[in-house]
Write a protein that binds this ligand. Structure first.
Ligand SMILES: C[S@@+](CC[C@H](N)C(=O)[O-])C[C@H]1O[C@@H](n2cnc3c(N)ncnc32)[C@H](O)[C@@H]1O
Length: 255
């Protein structure tokens, strides 16, 4: 696993404070897609439990997994007591119990592509649902976007994660839907977007950046310099889109 994949634990409390949670519409979308009861779920890369709460507070018995002990320690403060936690990377999860739902929130891109889909299929009941979702923040005002880009450029070209399978941004089906469509284990692949608009203070925006892996892997002194330069070009209030892109798929009935 890369240092970037495991960079979050050092800022677990800030992660919990500055990253937004997930809305009930997302829960409803997954349940409507399932079209049958969803009593159990396994979460890959649960972090501080933002998506764990969404499902666990609505009656699903969630097993939250993550390789980072600091993230799981923060998660325990915020999720119902009956949530089971397992400290493990996705690659180290062994098939055993099968779940009605397996999902990953802003985490699947950190997992090893080798054997990814057979491994997920082995954790799902036949007909069970896989869901992956993420919501990168994008500054709404092009002038602010440009100024932030220029402030960051000497240190960091981009703070986003490139598409793991190289799907161009203008393709209708984005990753991981693109990979799911090629996988023999899954069918009925869908992509949907839940639109979100977020407004935060410049200070909280910097707080949010302080939880993003591209900055976390910079040397501390460089990171502080980038944040200070970005802070100088921000308005007092920062407007962003944080649309949630959701991918859904169903494990085929046959093994
Ligand atoms: C951006 S955070 C997302 C956390 C949480 N799911 C959320 O939406 O807030 C990514 C999480 O993936 C975890 N992670 C990194 N590599 C992983 C792997 N190989 N298998 C499972 N989780 C991994 C990290 O420890 C981190 O908690």
């Amino acid at each position: 696993m890369s240092g970037r994949a495991l960079s979050f634990g050092g800022v677990a409390e800030a992660y919990e404070r500055f990253r937004p949670g997930y809305p009930v519409e997302l829960f409803e979308m997954v349940i409507a897609y399932a079209g049958r009861p969803v009593p159990t779920a396994l979460e890959i890369g649960a972090g501080t439990g933002k998506a764990t709460r969404l499902f666990a507070q609505r009656g699903i018995a969630v097993t939250a997994t993550d390789p980072d002990g600091s993230m799981l320690a923060e998660l325990r403060k915020h999720v119902p007591v009956d949530v089971a936690t397992v400290r493990a990377a996705f690659e180290d999860l062994r098939p055993g119990e099968r779940y009605a739902l397996v999902y990953a929130a802003a985490a699947l891109h950190w997992t090893d592509p080798e054997g990814r889909w057979p491994r997920i299929a082995a954790l799902l009941e036949p007909g069970g649902v896989f869901a992956s979702f993420g919501a990168p923040f994008r500054l709404t005002d092009p002038a602010v976007q440009e100024a932030v880009h220029a402030a960051r450029a000497p240190f960091l070209e981009s703070d986003e994660i490139p598409s793991p399978d190289g799907t161009p941004p203008d393709h209708e089906m984005q990753w991981p839907g693109s990979e799911l469509q090629r996988s023999e284990s899954f069918t009925d692949v869908r992509q949907a977007v839940i639109e979100r608009h977020v407004t935060m203070s410049a200070r909280d925006y910097i707080g949010h950046l302080s939880t993003i892996s591209a900055y976390l892997v910079l040397p501390a002194s460089v990171r502080e310099q980038v944040f200070s330069r970005i802070r100088q070009v921000l308005p007092d209030t920062v407007e962003m889109t944080a649309d949630i892109t959701v991918h859904l798929a169903r494990r085929r009935q046959e093994d």
